[in-house]
Design a protein around this ligand. Sequence first.
Ligand SMILES: [Zn+2]
Length: 266
Amino acid sequence: MPPPKDPIKYAEFLKHNSESHKGLKMPPRTDEWRRKQSESHKGQKISEEQRQKLSAALKGRPSPMKGKHHSEKTKKQIGESCKRVLSAPEKRSKISAGLKGHPVLESTRKKISAAQSGANGNNFGKKVSPEVQKKKEQSMRLFYEDEDRSKAARKKISETHKGSKHHCWKGGITPLNNAIRSSLEYRSWVLAVFERDCFTCQDCKKKGGKIEAHHIKSFSRIIRENHITTLEQALECEELWDVSNGKTVCKKCHMTNYSTRERVAR
Ligand SMILES: [Zn+2]
């Protein structure tokens, strides 16, 4: 009896065969046989119902690859064909659509993450070539250009980096910081620094425009070292209002010449 073409019947046929042919030797599955099989099944569409029946019929059968390993040649071939598939946008969207509604369990996600993070990651310790870097940037840009996705992604990033989760978190000093910065004392310190420097950026010597008063010794460090917790204490702290600790810089120089860490920690 030739193997039936219908996938469900084929699965039943296989099952039946394996039962009734126990101990019998099957003809070897030559490359020729495989090619013919592949040809005869090409373009065949399996409906969801059929798929489920097929799955049920094949349940319990060990994976044909169980305990075996692909040869280096096969691995390479699989890699190539994956690359081919993944480089075609329509195929990618097909895969994506097919995976939709199949959520990955949180536990599975964690397992994958643990297995791939840090030193286990594919790219651990590897340098990214300029071309790859460029591609990465390109895909990032594409991702963020999609407004809805961008909004959602930004919100997610914001949530996970907010407040105490941020690496610059200083323990909730924003209210005090804001109170000091909006105080009259602070504004007159800024003005005193500007006047001493003739409203000129001390780095690029540009006069006027957008200028800022930079704290040579950082604002937050002074607050920390003097154990300042209230506005009153801040107003009494001489070091905080020392004009010689200030420096007039234009916005551009402030951004480029002083590290983010320093600026955030002001
Ligand atoms: Zn400047």
